[in-house]
Write a protein that binds this ligand. Structure first.
Ligand code: ATP
Length: 286
């Protein structure tokens, strides 16, 4: 049996560029791995079946599960037709903008490489990851990176900042395709200036306050206008904590950074007083 951590990501920036001819939007964003993680266990089974179970009921437990898709992709490329059972202990909220499914898929690619002793390089696994989803290559590699294209063209960002992250998952279902669709019509008034360069420079210089000032997400305005409860919560969090609050991916998860564990813990405790899904996490690499 092999056990892999499947870490979530947050968006430090998200610039939406254009809609491509294949229907996907071109993005330009800075992604950061955090230590909120699912645990993915892989166990070889007799026969050729790929099976999955999970500790939560709100994800598909069949061929639609991204962990199963990843096992299929790995078997296809490696030519190995062995059976495997995947167990997912979920900690990352589902459909939250934190790449939970992609993280599980990436963990399966890394885990099967270990379980079956195939010795593929991480870059090779990341390349296969594109076939599963645009966040999977980043989740295979982890750390911090600028992601372009559909999200799969990665340039690593090397830095040693390890701020804390306080996350709130609002109990709101947001549709990623609706958000990108509405961005298309709203983009003129909402488009944010390209901000990756500033975040990357601030990270590399180790300047925490500058990083915090450079956080941006083009989709936040869209999500907040389509789902007013997200905007209500965001402004309530800003008032309560007296800090700026941001959205990850296409939402609805909101987060803020904190420079020390003491500050982060105080924020976490305050929010736990009136919100159910609050998480205390930290920048990490894999
Ligand atoms: P991203 O940030 O990459 O857009 P997300 O965090 O918004 O992703 P996920 O948690 O990955 O969203 O879930 C997106 C969809 O994928 C959900 O509808 C969910 O049912 C489906 N899904 C398939 N496999 C998984 C999995 N292993 N874990 C979570 N969701 C999964």
């Amino acid at each position: 049996m092999v056990i892999e951590r499947a870490n979530a990501k947050i968006n430090l920036t998200l610039n939406v560029l254009n809609k491509r001819s294949d229907g996907y939007h071109e993005v330009d964003m800075v992604l950061q791995t955090i230590d909120l993680a699912d645990t993915v266990s892989l166990e070889e089974t007799p026969g050729e079946d790929i099976t999955v179970d999970a500790t939560v009921g709100n994800i598909p437990l069949d061929h639609r599960n991204l962990a199963v898709v990843a096992a299929e992709v790995f078997r296809h490329h490696s030519g190995l037709k062995r059976g495997v059972h995947i167990h997912i202990q979920k900690q990352i909220p589902v459909a939250a903008g934190l790449a939970g499914g992609s993280a599980d898929a990436a963990a399966v690619l890394r885990g099967l490489n270990r379980l079956w002793g195939t010795g593929y390089r991480v870059e090779q696994l990341a390349q296969w990851g594109v076939e599963i989803g645009s966040d999977v290559p980043f989740c295979v590699v982890g750390g911090c990176a600028v992601a372009q294209g559909r999200g799969e063209r990665l340039t690593p960002v090397y830095h040693s900042l390890r701020p804390w992250v306080v996350l709130v998952h609002p109990a709101v279902y947001v549709s990623t395709s609706e958000i990108y669709g509405s961005w298309q019509t709203m983009k003129e008034p909402v488009i944010a200036e390209a901000c990756n360069e500033e975040v990357v420079r601030a990270l590399e210089a180790g300047e925490y306050a500058r990083v915090q000032n450079a956080l941006r997400n083009d989709l936040a305005v869209v999500a907040c206008s389509l789902y007013p409860e997200v905007e209500l919560l965001r402004s309530r969090l800003e008032r309560t904590l007296q800090v700026s609050v941001h959205m990850s991916g296409s939402g609805p998860t909101l987060f803020t950074l904190a420079p020390t564990h003491t500050v982060a813990r105080r924020m976490y405790n305050t929010l736990r007083g009136f919100l159910k899904e609050v998480y205390l996490s930290r920048f990490t690499s894999l």
